[in-house]
Design a binder for this molecule. Structure first.
Ligand SMILES: [Zn+2]
Length: 306
């Protein structure tokens, strides 16, 4: 039985410290934040919102791309990736970065179906309420109006991404009981037609890219029918920040020099999206097609629940 943290009663009814708009993102590994939400994070940070990133593992089972860094494995890779995460956050202008339960608390589980999934220290094996309790503490401290997470398949079925989804949704529920009801929760998405158009463009551009083959729409996490998209965040003005943040994750990502494409360790080219898409799954839509995650939150004061 995990003890549920409670909000300090002395804090009840007082306006939260700091920025009026507060965005919390939950990710599985260092690099996921930059790939999925880099432009969104850079935009809101630049606009003065408080952007808090919670990363659940250090990704120490990730495959390393640069040959010169392939000696890094296990804890050494985790430490290196923490440095990459710090550099990426700096590129995005994001100051509040936390590791769930502290650095190294939860180990990378590796891809689905491998024996690493059974390591008792891996995130996939974590007790859900215990892991969620770490995030509840952050939610009660930051009081975000908006939480961004993955869908229930983790976007593409990776155990750590599925677990990050479960932890985020559970923590939102527990935080509501403990004093802070998050007004809006979103899942990371890519509209199918946007993905298809981008891959059509990639097919034409591939000959000039440093990658020999292209991924497919099926390799992109979170692709759904366009009708499910509630929100598009135009981060075109922050393309350079997103690209720099992705480059900071050099062990995991290779970004094309002059084109909006990148590859992971499978060396398959993918489009780099600077408009980022979301599906609102909790809370009221601010407008028919939102262009702001905080849309409809008058005064963005948030919602006390006790
Ligand atoms: Zn990941």
């Amino acid at each position: 039985m995990t003890e549920l943290p409670s909000a300090d009663p002395a804090e009840q009814g007082r306006p939260p410290a700091g920025a009026a708009r507060r965005l919390l993102l939950v990710h599985a590994h260092p690099d996921d934040e930059s790939i999925n939400n880099g432009a969104t994070m850079a935009r809101y940070a630049a606009e003065g919102a408080r952007v808090t990133l919670v990363t659940c593992t250090l990704g120490e089972r990730g495959e390393v791309i640069p040959p010169g860094l392939r000696h890094l494995t296990g804890a050494a890779l985790g430490e290196h990736r923490l440095g990459e995460l710090t550099a990426a956050a700096r590129a995005l202008g994001v100051e509040d970065v936390r590791l769930l339960g502290g650095p190294g608390r939860y180990g990378d589980s590796g891809m689905m179906g491998i024996p690493d999934n059974e390591d008792p220290d891996c995130f996939w094996q974590a007790d859900l309420d215990e892991a969620a309790a770490h995030l509840v503490r952050v939610i009660l401290e930051v009081r975000p109006q908006v939480v961004v997470a993955y869908d229930d398949n983790g976007g593409y079925g990776h155990p750590d991404h599925i677990q990050a989804h479960r932890v985020a949704m559970r923590a939102v529920d527990l935080a509501a009981q403990a004093g802070w009801s998050v007004p809006k929760v979103y899942w990371n998405r890519v509209p199918r037609t946007v993905a298809e158009d981008a891959f059509a463009g990639l097919g034409k551009a591939l000959a000039d890219l440093p990658f020999t083959a292209a991924a497919t729409v099926g390799d992109v996490p979170g692709v759904v029918a366009d009708e499910r998209i509630t929100t598009a965040i135009d981060g075109t003005a922050f393309a350079a920040a997103k690209t720099a943040a992705m480059r900071a994750h050099a062990t995991q990502i290779e970004v094309a020099p002059d084109a909006p494409y990148f590859a992971l360790s499978n060396e398959l080219a993918q489009p780099l999206f600077t408009t980022e898409y979301y599906e609102l799954v909790r809370g009221a839509r601010g407008e028919e097609r939102e262009t702001d995650l905080f849309a409809g939150l008058a005064g963005t004061s948030g919602e006390e629940t006790s």
